[in-house]
Design a protein around this ligand. Structure first.
Ligand SMILES: Cc1cc2nc3c(=O)[nH]c(=O)nc-3n(C[C@H](O)[C@H](O)[C@H](O)COP(=O)(O)O)c2cc1C
Length: 183
């Protein structure tokens, strides 16, 4: 006697033939909102940084966070060699930094008034409500990105400043500030 087919478990579709188009994937992801970060690091060739919305908190004990870097990114080789990163949670007043760090790589650090260097060597962007320093804990190539896991070693929190800066959000190709629903 054969069991009736169970649709969920009988769908043995190989990963590379998932059946959705790149446009379907992109269109669905555009509708997923995210906070905006800039990841920075030091490299032998100077400071490196890029805008990233793939940030996520991962673990409390130990304190781990993650983000993804594209294999096409000009920051990839520096990221793969880096021992540590700084992850900036941008405020709504820092949209210009989100733009700057997603455009021409050579110009990202040209304005010296926008950043300083930590005693540990990583660049830090002025006026950022919260930044985390993390040592690189694991690098996992997955698909067309590498998943970076960082162990948080330092938290710089300016959110008790008045007025507190609201976080910068990204949704459907545009930047937003949050609006509370009710109280
Ligand atoms: C809102 C936003 C979010 C982004 N998130 C990521 C990300 O999570 N990972 C990543 O590798 N690139 C991300 N990018 C792209 C990079 O910031 C950058 O534009 C890209 O790496 C091209 O830079 P390159 O010319 O130095 O290669 C994002 C760009 C934007 C505008």
């Amino acid at each position: 006697m054969t069991d009736a087919p169970r649709p969920e478990t009988d769908l043995r579709v190989p990963d590379d033939l998932s059946g959705i188009t790149a446009e379907q994937y992109r269109a669905s992801m555009r509708h997923y909102p995210a906070g905006v970060t800039v990841v920075t690091l030091s490299s032998p060739r100077g400071p490196v940084g890029f805008t990233a919305t793939s940030f996520a908190s991962l673990s409390l004990d130990p304190p781990l966070v993650s983000f993804n870097i594209a294999h096409t990114s000009s920051s990839l080789s520096a990221m793969l060699d880096a021992a540590s990163v700084v992850i900036h949670f941008l405020g709504e007043h820092q949209q210009h930094l989100a733009h700057r760090f997603s455009r021409t790589a050579e110009e990202r650090f040209t304005d010296r008034s926008l950043w300083t260097t930590l005693d540990t060597g990583e660049p830090v962007l002025h006026g950022t409500p919260i930044w985390l320093r993390a040592t690189v804990h694991q690098l996992i190539p997955i698909g067309d990105h590498t998943f970076v896991v960082g162990l948080v070693t330092r938290v710089h929190d300016n959110t008790d400043e008045k007025p507190a800066a609201a976080p910068l959000l990204y949704y459907n190709g545009r930047y937003y500030r949050p609006t509370a629903l009710g109280s």
